[in-house]
Design a binder for this molecule. Sequence first.
Ligand SMILES: Cc1cc2nc3c(=O)[nH]c(=O)nc-3n(C[C@H](O)[C@H](O)[C@H](O)COP(=O)(O)OP(=O)(O)OC[C@H]3O[C@@H](n4cnc5c(N)ncnc54)[C@H](O)[C@@H]3O)c2cc1C
Length: 525
Amino acid sequence: MRRLEADVVVIGGGSTGAGVVRDVAMRGYRAVLVDRVDLAQGTSGRFHGLLHSGGRYVVSDPHSATECAQENEILRRINADAIEPTGGYFVSVPGDDEEYADRFAKGAAETGVPVNEVPIAELLKREPRVNPRAMRAFDTLDGSVDGWQMVWGAANSAKQYGAQILTYHRVTKIERKDDRVSAVICSDDKSGETVQIDCNFVLNCAAAWGGHVAAMAGCPDVEVVPGAGIMIAMNHRLVNAPVNRLIYPADGDILVPVHTVCIIGTTDQKAEDPDRLAISREEVQQMFDSGEKLVPGFRQARALHAWAGARPLVKDARVSVADTRHMSRGMSIIDHSTRDGLNGMLTIAGGKLTTYRLMAEKVVDVMCEQLGEQRPCTTASEAVPGSETGKFYSVTHRLHDREEDRLEDQILCECELLSKRMFTKLQDEQPQATFDDLRRQLRLGMGPCQGGFCSVRAAGVSHGRGKIDIERATGLLRLFLKNRWIGLWPIMHGDQVRQTALDDWIFQGTLDIEHLPQPEEEVVR
Ligand SMILES: Cc1cc2nc3c(=O)[nH]c(=O)nc-3n(C[C@H](O)[C@H](O)[C@H](O)COP(=O)(O)OP(=O)(O)OC[C@H]3O[C@@H](n4cnc5c(N)ncnc54)[C@H](O)[C@@H]3O)c2cc1C
């Protein structure tokens, strides 16, 4: 057994946990973050990509609206490399409640969310595909945000302040000595080793899994309800900026441009298990119908990939447990000392990716108060590594980079302009990484062909360099394709069937992938 020591263990490496570990480390505590898988592989990597201006909540949840507006401004300073400052629109179309627009304008003024009404002619100049029958429109400071980039930025900042980030470390037990937390026990799923981290405080940021983690410390019945939502990526950017319907928040009412694609979402259904989120045909059709209302002809674009994420909604006594759409989007902190008589542990859940920094500030403030220490939060005033210059993400950056210094380099993934050198460099740095781990960092297989060409090249390059044997190369390829196809089945119709048939022909017809040498067990490490 490996033994480590820390002041604070943070459980969960999504946006909340990454923000929390950064905050804890910046306040001078020795911190360790553990996640059962890779960073941001939970909801923070399975969300819609909208940097909220607050506009969505000005009528339904004014407090959240103000929080979003304030954090939006801060994140633009500290997480610039994760943000594309597109601006955004709220647009009403025929059939929408005509009075809502005035309530929206009034709510925005009251909550401090900057909005401006835009003439429809001007809207259509800026967003030519938006419904020409639009009735009213407002522009906002919405943006497009990459959840992975944001989480890595916070985690790298935490590392600079001395924190350890342990991925693929699954918490199996939380030890207590009398009425206080004393250690967190994890399984290192890459090495198979057990790891004990002795500590004085635990911050449970396991979100939709938070109830399960709290129970490991003997704190039962923490109800974090998974509010599942589906999203679909379309094959190009149908809009230049996020377009929201100008209505009370509902299903399928936002279209967000993210990197080279755009994403329509989302639904909200109570799920039983955050690890098993189904995508029904009805929900897929509902997204296409909603897309058509915002952008006529939406269905003619090609749907590339569907996925689902689980909102960590803390059970709200005012709302039925099945009605996740109307549960508060605000954050909740559960104090286990008053609730369960266990000192040294807090659970935080709820909120949004946009409010990740604020959530961290609030929960670490409570921790400091319980420890009787005054250590002020400084996370709002310092940019994370990579964002120091304040330069925002731009969708054309890979083209730029290629024109600068990669002209001689072989392209591995045309859709995302990923070069061989980028791939091999990361693989050398992370020899244990699966192709999915690399995908999240490089966008391998995330464009229109969904891995049809680049996945095979990635396997060939990996094996050809002599770094991995043929069994592991095919194992990694099969695992990658299996995971990609989970998101293809629910949307397989129209042009996507043609693309999928071509991919299938490549894999089965020319490579006979089912019969290539492969490891006895599926590659997970
Ligand atoms: C469909 C949908 C769309 C959304 N869209 C937006 C949006 O556009 N903009 C926005 O701002 N917000 C959005 N949100 C909300 C936002 O995504 C979430 O609030 C946020 O990502 C939650 O982050 P988190 O860190 O709390 O949870 P997570 O990212 O889920 O992190 C929890 C982590 O805990 C880990 N964990 C679980 N069990 C264990 C264990 N035993 N041991 C170790 N680790 C464990 C998990 O692996 C996971 O990484 C959306 C949410 C959903 C569901």
